[in-house]
Design a protein around this ligand. Structure first.
Ligand SMILES: [Zn+2]
Length: 266
């Protein structure tokens, strides 16, 4: 368990490094594979030893080697988070995957956590949930369920059906919410991205996990807004990045499983 955990952590940190590239370049409409990393200020190519996840930032003390421009602290934080999330997959308990071989569940967990972290960062910074990631992630989720059916030699494709049902439910709930919101507030209260993210969660967590995630995300968002208003950090009618709360809630449901929340709610 120990050595596997270390491997998972290191692997997760490397994914975090890629997440940093994606969340930096995608909004600028740049390619995410080419060119290699350069300092955004002085354009110097970053050597591989200055580009190691987590470690290099500390060795460089958060500054570019050639021009000394500050490198945001968010980079190592993201790498640390994806590393920890990858490692935590050893202890994850996603209800829909309880009958699945553990290595495959870990593999799925790493994919899902990377997708959700990327979406949370993009929504937080730009109020943007790109279709390429939400729809791509949805397809991946449905595909993983299909693979589970094949692994378990189930001929009724029950996982696949559960996953598709989850994504349809996720889509429908947010579609309804946006319709109701439009009628009451006369403007769009839910972005189209939230709708697809909710469908993505349904594909990965199934109908039950999805409903719990939505319930959690409204609670978190509510607490956030109330605290923000009390501390005067946010204004009334200010837009909030709801995708952050959805992503966070989806991750919680993946790691803790459904049962603990079912007991909490009922
Ligand atoms: Zn530089």
């Amino acid at each position: 368990m120990g050595i596997v955990g270390i491997y998972l952590f290191i692997f997760g940190c490397c994914i975090g490094s890629f997440v940093n590239v994606v969340t930096y370049r995608l909004p600028l409409d740049q390619s995410i594979v080419y060119p290699y990393s350069r300092c955004p200020k002085c354009k110097t190519k970053i050597n591989w030893f200055d580009n190691l996840p987590l470690i290099s930032w500390f060795f460089l003390r958060g500054k570019c080697r050639s021009c000394k421009t500050k490198i945001s602290f968010s980079y190592p934080i993201v790498e640390l988070s994806t590393g920890l999330l990858a490692w935590l997959n050893l202890y994850a308990n996603p209800s829909i995957y309880s009958q699945t071989p553990v290595p495959f569940t870990i593999f799925c967990g790493i994919i899902l956590s990377s997708i959700l972290i990327t979406l949370a960062i993009l929504d937080f910074k730009y109020f943007w949930l790109p279709n390429a990631i939400t729809i791509g992630g949805l397809i991946l989720g449905v595909s993983c369920s299909f693979i589970i059916d094949l692994l378990n030699e189930l001929d009724q494709f029950s996982y696949l059906i559960y996953s598709i049902a989850g994504s349809l439910l996720g889509f429908s709930i947010f579609y309804l919410l946006s319709l109701i919101g439009k009628n009451i507030f006369k403007k769009a209260v839910m972005g189209g991205g939230d709708l697809k993210l909710s469908a993505l969660l349904g594909a990965w967590l199934g109908t039950k996990g999805l409903l719990i995630s939505i319930w959690l995300s409204f609670n978190f968002a509510g607490i956030f807004v109330i605290l923000g208003l009390l501390l005067k950090k946010i204004k009334r009618n200010q837009r909030i990045p709801f995708g952050v709360f959805l992503s966070f809630s989806g991750l919680i449901v993946w790691y803790f499983g459904n049962e603990i929340f079912v007991k909490l709610i009922f």
